[in-house]
Design a protein around this ligand. Sequence first.
Ligand code: IPM
Ligand code: MG
Length: 370
Amino acid sequence: MKKRIALLPGDGIGKEVVDVTVEVLKTVAEHFHHQFQFDYGLIGGDAIDQKGNPLPEETIAICKQADAIILGAVGGPKWDQNPMELRPERGLLALRKELDLFANLRPITTFDSLLDSSPLKKEYVNGVDFVIVRELTGGLYFGKPSERITYEGQEAVVDTLLYKRSEIERIIESAFEIASKRRRKHITSVDKANVLESSRVWREVAEEVAKRYPEVTLEHMLVDNAAMQLIRSPKQFDVIVTENMFGDILSDEASMITGSLGMLASASLSSTGLHLYEPIHGSAPDIAGKNIANPVATILSAAMMLRQSFGLEEEAKAIEKAVDNVLNSGTRTADLAQGNKAASTKQMAEEIKNALADDHAILNIMEAYS
Ligand code: IPM
Ligand code: MG
């Protein structure tokens, strides 16, 4: 299979984790006889420095020519004082909007070998397996007005939580599709319907969509309760669907169930079929350039890409299995090493590549003799 992959490493550790993910993808290409072409684009702080724009036109063009996009991370203290439109995060938000990447899937699953790394007790964490479906192109992130104003004669500020009904419907529909076809057929729709009108409409729409999926159970949960339930009993969840801001907050919270933000992959799916894959962690400027970041989240995002965008199930599984094998062997990056000797970003990726190659060699031998 021939595919073009746009790479947007971005800032901080984004570059390091994308670099080694490319190496893993090259190993996959070699063993499974695919051709992946990689095209690099600038985004975030780097793009501001070089082009004066967090999302240059060239980057959008590179993405649009690609079959899928892998992004590292954006942001850093260097640009913290910049005006809003010249902040690195603007680049990512503009890209989500431009490519209509409205459905952000954030799977939360635990690795057996990492159960002790979670700050929660093992018995609460063991077997956790759910996905957060976060709306990504609406709500407070994009609503206008968003500005400083004068209100009742005083200095004031306004952000706007705006959703078209159709935007709510399509994200809830995506969640039902996932729950019904790929998971355990249970949806928790998270809102703040006791306070917000937008949440009341969200609930109405969820109930409407639910009628078309009689095999799926829908439950509603207020966001404050959901934040509590994620810690109290995370195993109750299968698919969580929620609006942009709630999803941002809950997904960072949920990540700690697994032990490290450095483990979690995500996919942002669009209406056009051109999807973006990225780790859910940020640019971690404090550890950037030190070759100590955990690359697993980005490597697993690449596995999601192979499965979701290219239909390469076997290849995706091979990466996931290689990651699992390496973790089982005890190798850990600093975020998970708990004071023990830690592997570098490159060593971790190298071991994953070797595990992939070993495993594949065994498969080939088995095939040859069967
Ligand atoms: C995320 C990040 C982004 C967001 C930032 C970098 C704009 O936190 O992908 O969760 O808030 O969506
Ligand atoms: Mg976030």
